[in-house]
Design a protein around this ligand. Structure first.
Ligand code: PHE
Length: 449
């Protein structure tokens, strides 16, 4: 067999993994969640979730990947032969492909907004026009599909080039770009008259808002934001060289991911406060509220283009990582060339994306469990498959994987301290599985605290 691909540098490892972690979740979910749920107090809770739960689980996935040096499903066939643990890999492949179906559609909306801003068409004179235009665009049959098509081609051009020349190189260029744009925005935002009010909303701690439900949402957000439980980190971990220290990498990625989420808040709240518009979350924030604010700013098109390029880059590096799970799987398990594997997976994603996109127009009434296809793929992947994958993963690494192997894998070329190892293992064995069960019960509404 030919030599397996690897990320060439440690910086490339960080850029690609942060690329996966930083996505729309950092921009449209985290800031609002923090602002609404106790500001600084929420930040403390979130940081604890990331340290106690997120980083240990990232290490668990990386370790499985690097030890087996193969794709998410193949990895557990290598490490636990004659068992059913490789089902973790299949769950990841299924979940990441389903997520791609709707993530690609939203990424497509972002590209439409870049295009409209370049054409100077984005800003009607009133807030209602902007909201209406978004509604009209979303419910159009063809327009969103054109952008999905364009994105599938862009993803193909990057991912078919392979791990080093495709994913790593693209991440090395796009991630610094993302940080630069974010810093430009933050620099501008904090000089605005509403800066103080906005930052107070984000940072002022209010511990009375913290209850069980808030802690569970913080955990869920930590999972989604760090791309845990989907086989992505197993797949990327399989491309790490031995000189990569896993806890250190997990820590660095988590810090950078958090930094982007917090800076997104530092950009959003001062500008919304300064222009007297209340902040929102989800698609409305980036496709209605912010365009509304940009429209009132000096040089609106420039700010809109910068912002949507920022969101587009964040989404693109995430779609690449989601695609890589399935592409690595079918190219390795079915011995297909990378190009062919990429085409097959992108075709599957194309079908899912068309169904998701049409959920806003002709298929809006086609429902299962009262959800259209778009909502169903989100619900089933993020609320069911993701916790299930994370749970099985923590049980496997915590209770089944040979402890010596796990410890050696964490350090790579170097030794990691016994204290650090014990803490990580404790979290993977006890804290992670128990918390995941609670998150699952709470998001599915089976149990409410
Ligand atoms: N982590 C990304 C975000 O915060 C989303 C994502 C989830 C990407 C799962 C890949 C896998 O938006």
């Amino acid at each position: 067999m030919s030599e397996r691909a690897q990320f060439a540098t440690k910086l490339g490892v960080i850029a690609a993994t942060v690329g996966s972690a930083v996505g729309l979740g950092n921009i449209w979910r985290f800031p609002y969640m923090a602002g609404e749920n106790g500001g600084g107090a929420f930040l403390i809770v979130y940081i604890c979730c990331v340290i106690v739960l997120g980083i240990p689980l990232m290490c668990a996935e990386f370790a499985i990947g690097r030890k087996s040096r193969t794709n998410a499903a193949g990895a557990l066939k290598v490490l636990a032969p004659k068992s059913q643990w490789h089902i973790i890999g299949y769950i990841g492949i299924l979940a990441s492909t389903l997520i791609l179906g709707y993530y690609m559609v939203i990424a497509g909306w972002v590209v439409e907004y870049i295009y409209q801003a370049i054409k100077d068409n984005l800003f009607g004179d009133s807030a209602t026009t902007i909201a209406n235009n978004f509604e009209l665009f979303k419910t159009d049959v063809w327009r969103p599909l054109v952008w999905v098509g364009a994105l599938l081609v862009i993803n193909y051009l990057i991912i078919s080039r392979g791990v080093t020349k495709g994913i790593e190189k693209a991440s090395n260029i796009m991630m610094p770009m993302l940080f630069v744009i974010l810093l430009i925005f933050c620099g501008y935002a904090i000089t605005l008259p509403g800066a103080k009010e906005g930052l107070t909303y984000l940072f002022n701690p209010d511990f009375s808002k913290i209850d069980g439900g808030v802690v569970l949402s913080a955990m869920g957000q930590a999972f989604f934001s760090l791309s845990i439980g989907l086989g992505i980190l197993i797949t990327y971990g399989s491309y790490f060289k031995r000189n990569v220290n896993l806890p250190k990498t997990g820590f660095t990625v988590a810090i950078l991911d958090m930094l982007v989420a917090i800076l997104a808040g530092v950009m959003i709240f001062p500008i919304t406060a300064s222009f007297g518009i209340s902040p929102t979350q989800g698609p409305d924030l980036i496709f209605v509220t912010l365009p509304n604010v940009f429209g009132k700013m000096f040089m609106p098109n420039m700010w809109a283009i910068l912002f949507f390029v920022f969101a587009g880059v964040a989404a693109l590096t995430s779609t690449i990582s989601l695609l890589e799970v399935a592409i690595a799987y079918i190219s390795e398990e079915f011995k297909l060339s990378r190009k062919r594997a990429s085409i097959i997976i992108l075709l599957i994603v194309a079908v899912l994306s068309v169904l998701s996109s049409l959920s806003f127009s002709v298929l809006s009434e086609v429902k299962l469990f009262d959800m259209n296809f778009f909502e169903l793929s989100d619900y089933f992947s993020a609320n069911i498959l993701l916790p299930l994958g994370g749970f099985l993963l923590s049980v496997y690494v915590g209770w089944r994987m040979k402890k010596r192997d796990f410890k050696l894998e964490l350090g790579g070329n170097t030794q990691i301290s016994t204290i650090l190892y014990t803490l990580i293992l404790f979290s993977i064995r006890f804290i992670a599985p128990i918390s995941i069960i609670f998150i699952f019960l709470s998001i599915t509404g089976i149990f409410n605290i």
